[in-house]
Structure formats: structure tokens, C-alpha cells
Design a binder for this molecule. Structure first.
Ligand SMILES: O=C([S-])c1cc(C(=O)S)c[n+]([C@@H]2O[C@H](COP(=O)(O)O)[C@@H](O)[C@H]2O)c1
Ligand code: NI
Length: 448
């Protein structure tokens, strides 16, 4: 299963997220090509390879063209570094107050005595239309819309307005659209099956935006935590915002579990997406891209371990809608998952779902169980077990290479050709599975 792990060492914003994915190798030109399918113009993107604390990563920025914003307004050029860089007090995001009350504090406007106008503001509903009508993939549309919805719901609640009244003013609108839609495009290109995250880190204190001083976590971020158990650790030595509303919207929508880097994840790549502000330490979102090999193909060096057994009795869900949970649990790393027919209270024929998993995956498995079944609770017990050590070798036969599993316990040894390899060869060569097995054992015997 292809996994993206967010290591939120110093917060997360929209451009840190996209920067980190670009750092993993996503092609910026390909992202630009997809973004061009949106009816948004007047911006350019840059992704610079740069260093912080001698660590190289990617600094991704959205730059609005001078006087060519898609809004038709030609007020100012704004190189928009909203993440972690609010000294200029430019509130870039969801903006909900009456436009005429909002005085833009950007220096260009101050110099020219401009009152910021919001003729270019985009309502949440317009952004939804913009995304829905674009020729983007369903994956990108669904995920981007879900992120915008999470942010707009939080903004609506914080400012006590309806969703339809939430609007993103011109700079913030382009920036958020590019960060969010671009992030989803990048994610699709990485073919990620799941996104998991470390607990989040935010700062403390207050930041100044156009509306005044906002407590950290900023209200929209705090609101998005309502009804969730998203873990956030606040650093009392960092007095600025590290998690922006866009960053939290991305996390809330995409992340399925918050946990330490899974022990069975084979990390293929590490990427860093930089924020702009100097926070006295590396200011980056670190991401790891990796895969979890099927359990039967993992090396085991021990003869004993603990296994978590989880179960739930279910009497009110159709067999049809229950069945997919097994594949989801196994894809997320469960050793096994299965149903047993049972008889429940009120004479109801029902199913008992049992999951065997690594104890470190308890949170992830629980989340999947509660999300995809009707059960209101899950039972746990930790079991001790004896297991055979497991190693692998590759045997070359006249039909092709076959992986072989070697199991050992004290004086006991077992050897088993990998079923998937034998099955593939049997199918492509038009021979029986037995013929492939025999060819493998001939090679093993001749090596003795
Ligand atoms: O403009 C508004 S209404 C606004 C509200 C909030 C709330 O938390 S409510 C926060 N902000 C700040 O704007 C910038 C940009 O955020 P991005 O999500 O675009 O990265 C950030 O400092 C927010 O805290 C603005
Ligand atoms: Ni403004």
C-alpha cells in the first residue's frame, strides 16, 4: 500500500504541502498543465530548491502577476508568502466580513492610501463551481472540494455567517485554489493510497491579520478540530502561527490516522516543503513516501511477538456493504480480517468481524472499523504468539524467477515458493501451478 506520511515538525500550510510533494519528485510542469484547466489566470508558480539548516528542500510560492489578476483589478503586485509570514499582516484567506469594512494593510496600499476593495473576492460557492466545471480528474475535484468545504464550514462557524457568504478575497482566493487544487493534483500523481500524519505542531500567542489579533491556533484551525481528535502540540517557544487554515483543511480531509511513522513502512523518498518565516529552527513540512509490503512478504527476525485482536459484532449492516472492509483493513496492514456467523440478541443472525493486527496499528484499524461499519464500539485484546522467523531468497527456474520463503524455529525449517510468483508464471506460460512448484523444488534440491 502506497503511503504518504506527513511529519508535521513545524506546522503545515498549503504551499508547504505542495512544496513537499514537489520535493518528492512531482513534476511542477505537469501540475501547471492540470491547473491550467481551471478558469484562473494571472499567477505564476515557482518551486526553488533551497536549504534551511543545511537541509535541502523545496520552497514553493504562488506569485500574482502585476495588474493581471483574473479578477480584472489591477491594484498591486503581490508576491504572496502567506504561510508563516504574516508580519505584513495580509490576511490572505477566507474573508467573510463586509468588504467595505476591510482595510487592506499591504504596504502598497498604505503607500497609495488605497482602501482594499473586494470586487475580486470569490465566494465559496463560486470556487465550488470553478472546480466542478473544470476538466480535472474526479479524484482531484472530490478532494479539493472536500478541503474547501472543511475550511468554509469552519469560517462560517467562526464568523457566524452562512457557507454561501464565506468568501476568499482576491489574493487569498487564487493562492488557496492553487495550493489546494495543486496539492490534490500532486497527490494523484504520486498514486498515494492513504495519507497518515504525525501529531501536528503549532505555535502559541497571537498573529495580526486584517481583522485584528487572532489567537493561535487561529480560529478557523481551532474550529476544524471541533468534533475530531486531531492531535496538536503547541510549542510555547514559537510565537507564531504554524498551522494555517489551508494546512488544517488539507490535514482534516486527507489524513486517516495520526500516529508515529509505521514500523512496517519501507520509506522510498523524503521531501521537505519550506515555509518562509524564520522560526528559530527548520521551518518545513517533512513528508515520507513509502510502501508497506504485504505481511507475508516481510522479513521476520523474531520467534515471538504480540498481536492485537480486535472484534465487533454487527447485526445491522448488509453483507454487501460490509464486505469491502476486509480489503481496506488488510491494505492498511492488518495481518488478517474475517467474518464469522453468530447469533445475537433478539434472535438476530449477525456477523462477528475479527481483525488481527500489529498493536502499533490499533488507532488506524479502529478508525477504519468505525468509519466503514455500523458498529458503535470495538473490543481489543493483546495476544502473545510464537512465530517462525521468515527470510526470502530468489530461485531461478527454466520458467523464470520465483521468490521462496524460508521459515525457521529452533530445529524446524520450512520452505515455500511464493504463491503469487508461481501463479503468475503458470498463467503467463500456460502451465500448471504444480509444474512451477516442481521446477522450484528441483532447483532448491540441486542447491543442497
Ligand atoms: O481573513 C480571514 S477571515 C482569516 C480568518 C482566519 C481564521 O482563522 S478565522 C485566519 N486568517 C489568516 O489568513 C492567513 C492565510 O491563511 P491560509 O490558509 O491561506 O494559509 C493565515 O494567517 C490565517 O490564519 C484569515
Ligand atoms: Ni486584503
Amino acid at each position: 500500500m502506497r503511503t504518504l506520511y506527513l511529519d508535521v515538525i513545524s506546522g503545515i500550510s498549503g504551499d508547504m504541502f505542495l512544496g513537499a510533494l514537489l520535493d518528492l519528485g512531482v513534476d511542477l510542469e505537469a501540475v501547471k498543465t492540470e491547473l491550467a484547466k481551471l478558469n484562473v489566470a494571472g499567477y505564476s508558480l515557482s518551486a526553488k530548491k533551497t536549504a534551511q539548516s543545511a537541509i535541502f528542500g523545496t520552497s514553493f510560492r504562488v506569485q500574482l502577476d502585476h495588474g493581471t489578476m483574473d479578477t480584472g483589478f489591477t491594484e498591486h503586485t503581490h508576491d504572496h508568502h502567506h504561510d508563516h509570514d504574516h508580519d505584513h499582516s495580509h490576511d490572505a484567506t477566507p474573508y467573510v466580513a463586509d468588504a467595505h469594512e476591510h482595510t487592506h494593510q499591504h504596504e502598497h496600499d498604505h503607500e497609495r492610501g488605497h482602501h482594499h476593495h473586494h470586487g475580486g473576492a470569490r465566494h465559496y460557492t463560486e470556487i465550488v463551481d470553478l472546480i466542478q466545471s473544470a476538466a480535472l480528474s474526479d479524484y482531484v475535484k472530490q478532494h479539493a472540494l472536500a478541503i474547501f468545504k472543511a475550511i468554509a464550514e469552519a469560517e462560517a462557524k467562526v464568523h457566524n455567517v452562512s457557507m454561501a457568504e464565506v468568501h476568499f478575497h482576491e489574493v487569498g482566493a487564487v493562492d488557496s485554489i492553487v495550493d489546494i487544487v495543486g496539492g490534490c493534483i500532486a497527490l494523484e500523481q504520486l498514486h498515494v493510497d492513504r495519507v497518515i500524519s504525525s501529531p501536528l505542531v503549532d505555535g502559541t500567542g497571537f498573529i495580526t491579520v486584517a481583522h485584528g489579533k487572532m489567537p493561535i491556533p487561529v480560529p478557523a484551525v481551532m474550529q476544524m478540530r471541533a468534533g475530531t481528535s486531531i492531535p496538536v502540540h503547541q510549542r510555547d517557544d514559537i510565537h507564531t502561527e504554524l498551522v494555517t487554515p489551508t494546512g488544517m483543511g488539507i490535514v482534516k480531509t486527507l489524513v486517516t490516522t495520526f500516529e508515529a511513522l509505521p514500523s512496517n513502512l519501507t520509506v522510498e523518498k523524503v521531501g521537505y516543503g519550506f515555509g518562509t518565516r524564520d522560526i528559530g529552527q527548520i521551518n518545513a513540512l517533512r513528508v515520507m513516501l513509502g510502501t508497506t509490503a504485504p505481511l507475508s512478504q516481510q522479513v521476520v527476525e523474531t520467534n515471538a511477538d504480540d498481536v492485537l485482536e480486535m472484534s465487533a459484532n454487527i447485526d445491522d449492516q448488509s453483507a454487501e456493504s460490509l464486505a469491502p472492509i476486509i480489503d481496506r483493513l488488510v491494505a492498511a496492514g492488518a495481518y488478517d480480517a474475517y467474518f464469522e456467523p453468530i447469533q445475537m440478541k433478539k434472535n438476530r443472525p449477525a456477523l462477528k468481524l475479527t481483525v488481527l493486527a500489529n498493536p502499533v496499528d490499533q488507532a488506524a484499524m479502529t478508525h477504519l472499523l468505525l468509519q466503514h461499519t455500523t458498529t458503535a464500539g470495538v473490543r481489543y485484546q493483546t495476544l502473545h504468539r510464537t512465530i517462525m522467523q521468515r527470510h526470502f531468497s530468489t530461485v531461478t527456474t527454466e520458467f523464470g524467477d520465483v521468490r521462496v520463503k524460508h521459515l525457521t524455529y529452533q530445529d524446524i525449517e520450512k520452505t515455500k515458493p511464493e504463491f503469487e510468483d508461481c501463479e503468475r508464471i503458470a498463467n503467463t506460460r500456460g502451465i500448471t501451478l504444480q509444474e512451477v512448484y516442481r521446477a522450484v523444488y528441483r532447483q532448491l534440491d540441486s542447491a543442497l
